[in-house]
Every structure is written in C-alpha cells, then in structure tokens.
Design a binder for this molecule. Structure first.
Ligand code: ADP
Ligand code: MG
Length: 348
C-alpha cells in the first residue's frame, strides 16, 4: 500500500492514523471469539464458556532490550512470546493481544513494519489475534506494552500454589542458553564499540543466539498435557531462572524443595560457551532467565507418563516446608537455594 519503498517514510509524515490503518490492513483475525478488532473504540471478544485469563508485560528500550543488537522483527516476536508464555504457564489457550507502543521520530515506517512483521509472525505461530492497541510518541526510547487474553476451562487452570509434598519437579526444554546468548551479544558489542572494524564472532552459536533473540512459548507442551493425560499440580514459566521460579512455587504452595545439579537440562553449547566466557552453566540455568520454559510439579504417581519424554526433565522433588529450599551439587554438597544466586557460594 505504501509506494516509493526506496525513500524513507517518516512516522510523522504518516501520522498516528496512517500507522493504525497500516496495522489494520495487515491484520487478519483467526479466533472465532474475536468479534471486533482494530478500528472501533474498543475490541469486542466472546471467548465462550470457561475462565478468561489476562496478562500484561512492558518492555522498555535500554532496560529490557537493546536495539543495537536486537533486530526489530525479533523484538516484535519476543514481545508477543513473553505474554503467550505467561498464559501457557496458567495452562490457558492464548486468544488475543493488544499492543501499546511508544515511538520516537527516530523510527521510520520501515522500522515499524519490521516490528509488526515479528508481531504478526508470533500471532500466526501461536494462533492469537491482534485486536487493538494504542500508539503515542515517546521522548525516552521505545516502549512496548502488550496485554494478552486467553481462556481455559476452570478445572484446567494451573496455579503456583498447588504443589504437594513428594511431587516431582519438572522442567521443559533446556536452561541457561538465553542468558549465555545475552552475554555473547554483550561481549561482541563491547568489542565493536572499541573497534568498529571488528567483525562479530558469533559463529557456531546459532542455537544460543536464537534462544536469546527468538524465544518460544511452550504452547506445544501444554497441548500435549492433554494427550499425555497429565494435569500438573502447579506451574510457572521460567523468565527469571529456575531458582527464583521454584521459590515462587514453594512459597505459594507452602512447601520446600530439593533440586539436583546433575539433573539440570543444559545444552552442550551452553556449557561450551560458558567455558569460553567464564560463566558457570549451572549458574546460568539457575539464575539466568529468559528461557521461557515451563516449570511444573506432578504427583509421583504420574512418573511413568513422563519419564521417557525427551522434552521433560525431572530436576527434583517437593518436600515439607521445614526441609527448606535445597540445592544438591554434583559432589552431593547441599546448599540453600536462593533467588539472588547460587554463585554466592561458588567461591567457597
Ligand atoms: P482512541 O483515540 O479511541 O483510543 P485510537 O485512535 O487510539 O482510538 O485507536 C483506534 C483503533 O486502533 C482502536 O481499535 C485501537 O485498539 C487500534 N490501535 C491503535 N494503536 C494500535 C497499535 N499500535 N496496534 C494495534 N492496534 C492499534
Ligand atoms: Mg487511543
């Protein structure tokens, strides 16, 4: 719809309404519950019977993302994924999102197109509809605020407070790679700042970089819970590292836990890069964050149903609250698990 693609179209040329029109023209609604999308004063939704689940996340330039190495398309994708991940953590099906954007005139239409291309890709991937938003100018960098709406039958919702003593503690996928990817990008940025002629050395680390720049929400896993006939007793998504998240579950459930270092799922590339960067892979898994995997608890009677699933690792079990929060290292040393970091006692 916009001609002369070769010349830069400024946002102030296009105006807020032009931008909204552009977004509207590029959105198709796929959820039957999205009755009215972009274009009126508010969206109208009927997601049918069951509970409505809502979550919101705000991303600030300079705090949550750095545009010098985060491509806008990836940023758009990731902004949607972090919200979808929160809905998955409730065992809810993601349905709609609305996006609030703060933009400066530094951005051209091309840049916003890139951002929305990432947003649309994630919407398609997870089957959610973009049904509205708000657009304002910002004087302090880019601001992204996304609200996601999901739904679930009441009895399928999974909260943080349902863990029971002796439950298995399970993790999907692998941990620590996203944090390691961020450290790699930071290192290359520093090298570039000191010598702009230097070429970034990111060879061989595609997987790690993808974990940082293009994370996925585990909608695939919560769908499989149904076919595996399992219903976790508690669940949370891992956005701040395993240690912090299991403490959330334990505190909400009034239970303790025991986590084993040797059971942590860590990709070999994460370990290799960790050695190169001087970062302990265990520390990255426990305290790194941004993995967007799921952490959940299951009654031990369900062990047979998950023991051979490649995408699930059993990393420990739930204990009585009086047993505390324990981390057992490879030498069978027992340490208190804290949200601040396990590396606090690594030097001992
Ligand atoms: P109002 O002034 O009534 O708040 P707006 O002009 O902000 O209306 O929005 C008009 C329509 O465009 C609404 O449906 C709104 O949800 C949608 N919209 C505005 N900004 C965005 C955006 N950045 N992304 C998606 N939809 C948007
Ligand atoms: Mg508005």
């Amino acid at each position: 719809m916009f001609e002369n693609k070769n010349s830069r179209t400024e946002l102030n040329q296009l105006g807020e309404f032009g931008l909204i029109q552009y977004i509207k023209d590029n959105v198709t609604l796929s959820q039957p519950g999205s009755l009215t999308g972009i274009g009126d004063d508010a969206a109208v939704i009927d997601n049918g019977p069951g509970r409505t689940v809502i979550t919101t996340d705000m991303l600030l330039e300079g705090v949550h993302f750095d545009l010098s190495y985060c491509p806008l398309k990836h940023l758009g994708y990731k902004s949607v994924v972090v919200n979808v991940s929160d809905l998955c953590a409730m065992n809810a099906t993601p349905r709609q999102i609305v996006i609030g954007l703060g933009l400066s005139n530094r951005f051209s239409l091309d840049a916003i197109e890139e951002f929305y291309a990432g947003v649309m890709l994630a919407c398609e991937r997870y089957g959610v509809d973009l049904v509205g938003g708000d657009t304002t100018s910002s004087k302090s960098g880019m601001v992204i605020s996304i609200t996601a709406i999901g739904s679930a039958p009441q009895e399928e919702l999974i909260y943080r407070n349902g863990a029971m003593e002796n439950d298995l503690i399970c993790v999907t996928g692998d941990l620590g790679a996203a944090y390691m990817g961020l450290q790699l990008l930071n290192r290359e940025k520093q090298i570039y700042l000191e010598n702009p002629q230097a070429q970034p050395d990111l060879q061989g680390y595609d997987y790690i970089l993808e974990r940082q720049l293009k994370p996925e929400a585990r909608l695939d896993i919560i769908r499989r819970f149904k076919t595996w006939y399992i219903q976790p007793t508690s669940m949370i998504d891992i956005s701040d590292g395993l240690a912090s998240e299991i403490l959330h579950i334990c505190k909400a459930s009034n239970k303790g836990c025991q986590i084993y270092e040797e059971k942590l799922p860590i990709d070999h590339l994460t370990r290799e890069l960790g050695m190169e960067l001087g970062i302990d892979a265990t520390v990255a898994a426990l305290n790194g964050g941004e993995d967007y995997e799921l952490l959940f608890t299951l009654p031990i009677s369900e062990y047979e149903k998950i023991k051979d699933r490649a995408e699930i690792s059993i990393v420990g079990h739930i204990t009585d609250v009086n047993a505390g929060y324990q981390f057992v290292d490879r030498q069978n040393g027992v340490h208190p698990l804290t949200a601040q970091g396990w590396d606090a006692f690594l030097s001992k």
